[in-house]
Design a protein around this ligand. Structure first.
Ligand code: LLP
Length: 431
């Protein structure tokens, strides 16, 4: 699946998502515009929950808010029974604003700040994910000062190298994240947690990376988690209540991608987990997907502006967005499926390069894509734009972040308004 579940063309040849004609959406909400289909997000949530419920009923699923966060998505995932993996004070504040069940929030991060830990404790978040020894000391200190105890899990570095882009691989020993098992730091963290009054050690976690297509590294990760838990039990008598092999399920961006079926991944995780558990022990199995929940539910819409042809070399088509709303092509060389959204894709196609409008030669959104002759005013759609696009957006060139709408049964609801010049100027004293 590349586009949201209910995507088709109407008689006018316009793309229709969740019952909404995208040309109407752009007219009403402006361009560029990000459209999320609620039904697809819910279906993705359910594909985790259904397989887990059938195969290992003591589970939890936590949405990694870094993939995309706003109040609408938080309300949907909360409604589907999910928790939230938050990585900053800002994400915790979003959860508070969305009236998210805070006991289902888990706070990750390799350098949590004291005031963020305070915020997490006062907001009543359920768990802290310890990323290192200093992080553990700080969480314990802040919690003790407040005369409370924080539930902590330890993020372990399992020493597993998954096949994905270097920038999004996190399970290998040489990573800024986590407590390496092989160096003894993970064990040291267990000892420290057991003797610290501000924390209660409830389990172990590992996240090996993102956009992973293989189930094998997950099976290995589960085995490493279970092996570590057993060792710590034998040495210190500590039994984990929860074990988590993280998130990272790969999705389809272009037709050549395989994607990783959620069902297949979850089955492998459950099977390896059950096979490795000692008899009579059933800790919570916690998963933490981000991309696979929202990526294919989101479509970016851009309007075509200027055209430039360098004969014999390249045709550039510039749109009204670019690296400020989607830095992934520039950062990772990511590819997307791009289509004309405002009319039928008939006629001959040619190879064009869709450029952004920002001041950097590398601001190319979609290189060498095959599209019919584009004209000023056409709307193009980029599928699989729901994860890590707007989440990593910036105000480069004082760009205004686009609006976001959620569509459902032919209704579109604004979930993020387009930024204004006033928003940009508000940060400058004296402006
Ligand atoms: N858990 C932890 C600890 C993580 O660090 C991440 C993602 C997730 C869960 C969710 O992983 P997912 O299911 O979304 O793959 N900006 C990159 C992706 C960075 C992923 C960061 N961590 C991209 O655009 O591809």
């Amino acid at each position: 699946m590349i586009y949201p579940l209910d995507t088709h063309r109407n008689e006018a040849g316009h793309l229709v998502i969740g019952g909404c004609d995208v040309v109407d959406l752009v007219q009403e909400f402006g361009s560029p515009l990000y459209v999320y289909d609620e039904a697809t997000i819910r279906a993705m949530c359910r594909s985790y929950v259904d397989v887990l419920a059938e195969n290992y009923p003591n589970f939890s699923v936590t949405y990694a808010g870094k993939a995309y966060i706003d109040l609408a998505v938080l309300r949907i995932v909360a409604d589907e029974g999910f928790g939230l993996d938050a990585v900053s004070g800002g994400e915790i504040q979003c959860a508070v604003a969305a009236e998210f069940p805070m006991e289902r929030v888990i706070f990750h991060g390799n350098n949590k700040l004291p005031d963020e830990i305070e915020l997490g404790l006062s907001a009543g978040i359920g768990r802290f994910m310890v990323d290192g020894l200093d992080d553990l000391r700080l969480i314990s200190q802040v919690a003790s000062d407040r005369q409370t105890t924080a539930n902590v899990m330890l993020r372990l570095t399992p020493g597993i190298s998954a096949h994905t882009h270097d920038y999004i691989r996190t399970g290998a020993l040489d990573s800024k994240f986590g407590l390496p098992i092989s160096t003894g730091q993970a064990e040291e963290a267990v000892r420290l947690a057991l003797e610290s009054s501000g924390v209660s050690l409830i389990g172990y976690h590992a996240h090996i990376g993102s956009q992973i297509f293989d189930t094998e590294p997950y099976a290995q990760t589960v085995e490493v988690l279970l092996g570590f838990a057993e060792q710590m039990h034998d040495k210190y008598g500590v039994c984990p209540e929860v074990l988590s092999p993280g998130g990272g399920c790969g999705v389809q961006y272009v037709e050549e991608d395989d994607g990783l079926e959620i069902e297949r991944l979850v089955k492998v995780i459950c099977r390896t987990f059950k096979d490795g558990l000692p008899a009579g022990v059933e800790p919570e199995l916690a998963l933490e997907p981000g991309r696979s929940i929202v990526a294919n539910a989101g479509v970016a819409l851009y309007s075509v502006g200027t055209l430039k042809e360098i004969p014999g070399i390249r045709k550039y088509v510039a749109v009204d967005g670019g690296m400020a709303d989607n830095i992934r092509p520039a950062l990772y060389g990511s590819e997307y499926k791009v289509d004309i959204a405002s009319r039928e894709a008939d006629g001959e196609c040619s190879t064009v390069t869709i450029a952004g409008r920002y001041c950097e030669s590398g601001d190319i959104l979609f290189k060498d894509v095959s599209l019919p002759e584009l004209r000023n005013g056409d709307i193009v759609a980029a599928a699989t734009s729901g994860a890590y696009n707007l989440a990593m957006s910036s105000n480069y060139n004082m760009a205004l972040r686009p609006a976001v709408v959620f569509v459902k049964d032919g209704q579109a609801t604004l979930s993020r308004r387009r930024e204004t010049y006033d928003d940009l100027l508000a940060v400058f004293p004296g402006a």
